[in-house]
Design a protein around this ligand. Sequence first.
Ligand SMILES: [Zn+2]
Length: 313
Amino acid sequence: MAWIVDSHLHLVPDPMGWARATRGVRRRVINALSPAFEAAHRAQTWLRLLPRAVRTPVDQCGSYLALPHLALGGTESDLHALLDSGTLDAAVLIAHPPFTSNHFVMEAAERDSRILPVVNLARHAQQPGAALKDFAKRGARALKIHLIADGLEPSSDVYTELLNSASDLGLPVIVHTGETALPGASGSPRLGAAERLRPWFTRYPKTSFVLAHLNFHEPKKAIALAADHENVLLETSWQPSEIITEAVATVGAERVLFGSDWPILGSNVDVGLGRIRSCVESGLLTQAQADQVLGLNAAKLYRWEPKGTPTSP
Ligand SMILES: [Zn+2]
């Protein structure tokens, strides 16, 4: 038995309670679409083999494929269903303003102690450093930075202010990594390249930086960065079993975190958990290493204290 903590999820607010009322209909639509989502999961790990000029438009189409799922299956009641079923014991819920506001993730966490809130402030606060301190007092577990969504360089003053504040507070920083297309983003996908963040890792050696998605199409660069910097951790969403195994072999199981990026393609949690469990079945990871990746590392990093016993096998 192990604790399962998903280190990377999102939610779509449902202020009218529409999602709960239409759960049955939504399930049927999602089931009808599921072959397309499953094919997208399988195809995604092969996209990295395409030349960049081809990959970018394919990525763009793929990101639009996610939109129906965000609308149909990614609300707070859907997350509660994942937690109540025992699939997950806790969930690191990441804000993505203006769609999912910082206040929304904080309130979701106040309603359910299994939800660990992460705020994103670069473009959505007057005084981001002071705002981060206020959110930390209310229980925010980390700061999220998404350079592509912000359209900002790592050297931007707003990031300096936020990182100084996170460093004072001892808060971890989750950074989107990977040169991915993002509908509605103000920045170029190139802003997502993990190697651009190296100055942060040396300037804030006591701050833990989590590279979300392991740099997506170029995970080996993220693994090399983590090998060079002890304050860098790797989060597994969108990565196949062989990359997860390589990350653990290179930097140690204590610096790898299971994340799913649910609900982007609906079955992200099952697919992500399945990939880690298949590493154990094939002898690539020990059960003890998998337990660290699946939840023990996240519980420590995000200060989550489990209650009761784990519900997952
Ligand atoms: Zn995400």
